[in-house]
Design a protein around this ligand. Sequence first.
Ligand code: HEC
Length: 110
Amino acid sequence: MGKTRLYIAALILGVMSATVACAGVEDGQKIYLKACKSCHGNGVKGAAMATQNGWDKWFEKDAVALVEKHKSDAKSAAYFGGPSFKNQMQDLHEFLKEYGSDSGNVPACG
Ligand code: HEC
């Protein structure tokens, strides 16, 4: 009886953490479509702008490199300099890294 319960508990935990991991990526994808798609194309194309390590670099230190990169473009500078980007950065990072050019992943979170 003890073993069955443990097994079921492990199963539930596994399902829950898979859902949580997917939720971050899904949120990031929504944000990408709103904030980046108009200039960089769909999510697959955008994520392929960098490798998985590359995305870690772009988002290092509050994404300072990414903010710099968009400073000369008035439209995107407003977003990158504003509070929404700060709140959405984490989800964006997760999404873009998940599908980075060397990830071998294709969007599968619905
Ligand atoms: C209004 C247009 C616009 C929007 C919106 C925009 N970008 Fe950009 N992005 C640019 C421009 C212009 C460049 C500079 C291209 C260059 O320097 O050659 C750029 C460059 C980049 C680069 C560097 C590419 C490279 O290899 O040098 C990355 C990464 C990037 N953007 C990611 C994003 C992400 C992520 C978002 C959404 C959060 C976003 N961009 C939103 C216009 C935009």
